[in-house]
Ligand binder design. Sequence first.
Ligand code: SF4
Length: 362
Amino acid sequence: MNTRVMDDPAKAMTPGLEASVGSEVCSPRPALPQPLVVVEDLARTFDVSAPWLNRVLERKPRQLLHAVDGVSFEIARGQTLALVGESGCGKSTVARLLVGLYAPTRGRFLFDGQDAHAAYASAQRRQLRRRIQMIFQDPYASLNPRWRVEDIVAEPLREHGLLNDAAALRERVGELLRSVGLSPHDMVKYPHQFSGGQRQRISIARALATRPDFLVCDEPTSALDVSVQAQVLNIMKDLQRQQGLTYLFISHNLAVVRHVSDQVGVMYLGRLVELADKRTLFTQPRHPYTRMLLDAIPKLHDTSRARTPVQGEVPNPLNPPSGCAFHPRCPHANARCKAERPVLQSMGGVRVACHAVQEGRI
Ligand code: SF4
């Protein structure tokens, strides 16, 4: 698990280990492995102003959209961090920042200790793009309908110059298709000959072609039928186990997140409001927004409790509320919440941005 979330790593030790540390024979503690992904104060602002002449004639000010505003997290190798939140909270913008589709306005992204955005802007970009791949939400739109599956899956191998021999390419494509539960014979078909779940498997096979370390998955199952979602998620989990993959998993669906994640970050209007390991987040949610999202999930083992739909609307991100952006929807809001924005603070291994939690009111 990500160790930076803990206030004090010693608290996580077993009693036996504590005893040996307290004894005279005190060997140095081994260095903790560096997380593969370190995101520090990442921000992205978009200028969504009307054209200059319209602004002058209509006397309108410039409009800036703070899509992501100071997000920080780490992901250890082989682990999955899920980012959840309602539509428009900035989670997909985080995904696009990490794969280099957007440059950050502020902050940085360290990948395996290297400044990724400096690398995206240099000659090292190809090597980094080989190690970081993305799976998109819509398998219908992300596969070229005029290409055979063989060409779709082989494209990254050709693009990165990893394999050029036709026979070797075909063999590798067959291997990749097998790894996602498809047949090598499927390589001669076109995308329209597959179901939605099979198309997403083809997308996953293509993303795995360059043997990446890190997969950024932007709502990979939300366009699929519920019955097919579990199959695709299980394939992703198996591949993670077999290949030691690290995932950033973007979703608005907490039931899906519960199935795949190790850590969960909850986003609201461009900021992280809670970051915790999965078990803690689902059993002891702290932030009122996290509680609201969890209350909206149907309870399998407690059918007597009715689910409470998510209350209220996400405010206009171009004109966010003062103080805590969640205060118009929060049952615990007070005057301080309306005036002062809470910062993400570490509390017993969980990071929460909420005055009421930090004051012990809830
Ligand atoms: Fe609610 Fe205040 Fe906490 Fe925001 S800071 S979530 S308004 S209690």
